[in-house]
Design a protein around this ligand. Sequence first.
Ligand code: G16
Length: 543
Amino acid sequence: MSIQTVKTTPFSDQKPGTSGLRKKVRVFQQPHYAENFVQSVFDSLEGFAGQTLVVGGDGRYLNREVIQIVLKMAAANGFDRVLVGQGGILSTPAASHLIRLNSAFGGLILSASHNPGGPDEDFGIKYNVGNGGPAPEKVTDAIHARTLTIDSYRILDAADVDIDSIGTRQLGDMVVEIVDPVAAYAELMEQLFDFSAIRAMIAGGFTLAFDSMSAVTGPYAVEVFEKRLGAPAGTVMNGTPLPDFGHHHPDPNLVHARELYDRMMAPEAPDFGAASDGDGDRNLIIGRHCYVTPSDSLAVLAANAHLAPGYRQGLKGIARSMPTSGAADRVAEKLGIPLYETPTGWKFFGNLLDAGMATICGEESAGTGSDHVREKDGVWAVLLWLNILAARRTSVVAIMADHWATYGRNYYARHDYEAIATNNADALMAALRDSLTSLPGATNSGGTITAADDFAYTDPTDQSVSRNQGVRVLFDDGSRVVFRLSGTGTEGATLRVYIERYVGTDGDLAMETSDALAPLVAAAQELADIAGYTGMDRPSVIT
Ligand code: G16
């Protein structure tokens, strides 16, 4: 086995997005493409010789091939040990946990998250640092800079490693350990939650359905919900990870998790339904006849977390991304703890969690998590809900009614306009930014505008500043419309429009969301001429 130094030339399109590098599989299949990016990651890091790397992915098409490349390159670059999930499988939160548990230097997670998989679909690589969380911007900027100058990469000339059987193998001077992808994660969950109370609730007739969407959470969900908590076989739907996710889009929203939604709205629906995404970090919560928005879910989890053993001592703070609704803010206020508003992207929560400033974090994009790892965590969110239901002995619908009666209700929706021409999307955002100074005082269908800005964030732990994180337009009744372009798509641009209206405890808490938000939807059109720039008269997806 010898180390080869392979000459290469840069690719101009390897800038990591909101969460790593995501491209079509065919892009990743170009000669040297994956190798260039992996070498650029290694070249941007210092001090990993003799250290451990964690590697795994969501099982999508190309996962196994890229794992072999990563192993041979890690060996050639001087890592001492690599931990790989058996079969190449590791959910994103489980990878984060393994990094922390083993004091690893970092990890490479192979996933394009909720994007579809298969030969014509998406693949992705993201690097997580030693705290288990996504690389912060200074690291992803360095990786990007390196991709633009790279001229060679190092790779071991060796046969493929058997990644399907648990055990230890040698690859050059490096040790490869194939580990159970589920065991350590499931043990962590048992430490955080009252499994015996949840088990008793299920034994008492409480029913649930969990849709793994043929993605990575299948083995985790079967182990946790069926084996450890005693839910009947079949509770986990679509529980086998497939390279193409069974031709489905593993995005747990009301469009792509339709099967679950229909089941939860049927007369004989289970008491509780949930789904997770491609790599297991997102969650969708639907009670019997009751969809819970991710923003509301964050607020409910924060308000009730003390009912779970792992959070009995209370929360240090709550963090949410800027476009996430303000529902959690009201909980933080009542608890007397700080609320942090960050840009979109889990990477912005890492510093707050490391500094002990926040315990629970969440995003409107169906991500919630805590300081137990440094990623959002789908199965964790479901378990916290189940723990709360077991402790309060009530239904999801009753919990939501009680929550709104206590805090008021943030009616909320996100409208996505997908696959629009990048030029048009950029022009729309530029025009919006140009209009910002003239907006305060203006009136449109949403009411009178009180403020408008482009969100900028100063990280309170290291004072780093992130600008241009989304245009916010605020109205005099506290309503809000936010516009930003997605950083995770692989086809053209996706415009996200986030619409929110707060109704206090004395207002109408039982409106249809679409009725409550209709004036603001009209205002968004007026503010950004969405139809004019995109040629679309309605969003592709409403969540
Ligand atoms: C990633 C990030 C999230 C972010 C989401 C949506 O999630 O980790 O923090 O909220 O993308 O980002 P965007 O609006 O830019 O598409 P995931 O689950 O795709 O890794």
